[in-house]
Design a binder for this molecule. Structure first.
Ligand SMILES: Cc1cc2nc3c(=O)[nH]c(=O)nc-3n(C[C@H](O)[C@H](O)[C@H](O)COP(=O)(O)O)c2cc1C
Length: 199
């Protein structure tokens, strides 16, 4: 049984929905799963300027905050973030910037790794955000586990071979059942391949 960490940031819930679905999929594959959100770093004034942002932050108060140890523990990990100008959020990046010690001792290497995101627009940077996280995975020495086109349900979800993504249109919690099915599939696939890596 693989140990899978799903570590994500979400301001208004879309990436949170994907994270939950990835975690569910990994559990369906028999994995032990840690679902963790990274710490919010934005000032209250910014959060309060967007009621959906404040509402989401209040709603996830009971989701544990990610620590570096969560990735050290994992046989495979999934990282999720909203798209920010075509790249990952500062909040997720702040978490990544705490991982130097683990990286230096090789403790992030040889794990399965996958990524998911949400952007407002279909072509607003979903793919470039995930590919940016693939750069990070390369530095870790991880084994990147993209969904590719390995199941027909991925076409129904928009056909993103890099990772699950939801074009939110600026709404909160906009992920469709088809996108959530793709995210669950991605979690299952990560768990299955990570289990093979540690076998
Ligand atoms: C500073 C900032 C930059 C953003 N950059 C992009 C972008 O490059 N492309 C895009 O389509 N949406 C962009 N968005 C919108 C978010 O990516 C989008 O609302 C996403 O669905 C939010 O995910 P969440 O609900 O998990 O927080 C941006 C939002 C903010 C606040």
């Amino acid at each position: 049984m693989a140990k899978i960490a799903v570590v994500y940031y979400s301001s208004t819930g879309n990436t949170h929905q994907l994270a939950q679905a990835v975690a569910e999929g990994a559990e369906e594959a028999g994995a032990e799963v840690r679902l963790r959100r990274v710490a919010e770093t934005a000032p209250d004034a910014a959060i309060d300027s967007n009621p959906a942002w404040r509402a989401h932050l209040d709603a996830v108060a009971d989701v544990q905050i990610a620590a570096p140890e969560d990735l050290e523990w994992a046989d495979g990990y999934a990282l999720g973030t909203p798209t920010r100008f075509g790249t990952p959020s500062a909040q997720l990046k702040s978490y990544l910037d705490t991982l130097g010690g683990l990286w230096a001792t090789g403790k992030l290497a040889n794990r399965g790794a996958t990524a998911f995101t949400s952007a407002q627009n279909t072509h607003g940077g979903n793919e470039s955000t995930i590919l940016t996280l693939f750069n990070v995975f390369s530095h870790f020495g991880a084994v990147i586990v993209p969904p590719g086109y390995t199941d027909p349900l991925l076409f129904d979800a928009g056909g993103n071979p890099y990772g699950a993504s939801v074009a939110s249109g600026g709404d909160a919690n906009a992920a469709s059942d088809k996108v959530l099915a793709a995210a669950r599939y991605q979690g299952r696939r990560l768990a299955e391949i990570s289990a093979k890596l540690v076998a």
